[in-house]
Design a protein around this ligand. Structure first.
Ligand code: ZN
Ligand code: ZN
Length: 54
């Protein structure tokens, strides 16, 4: 087992949907919470399957 290089051991990677911001801008203005990872701005790392280690 060693630290996952994809997520640097954090077990999550930047959410591509909201770019890690946790909120998604709407076309008409305003924003809503990204539903990936409860708006934390990250998604589970696929390399280590969310464990942070491989
Ligand atoms: Zn997101
Ligand atoms: Zn990882």
């Amino acid at each position: 087992m060693s630290t996952c290089k994809t997520c640097d051991g954090k077990a999550s990677v930047t959410c591509p949907k909201c770019n890690g911001k946790g909120r998604i801008k709407e076309l008409l203005g305003g924003s809503h919470q990204c539903n990936n990872y409860n708006g934390s701005g990250g998604v589970k790392c696929g390399t280590c399957n969310g464990k942070g280690r491989v």
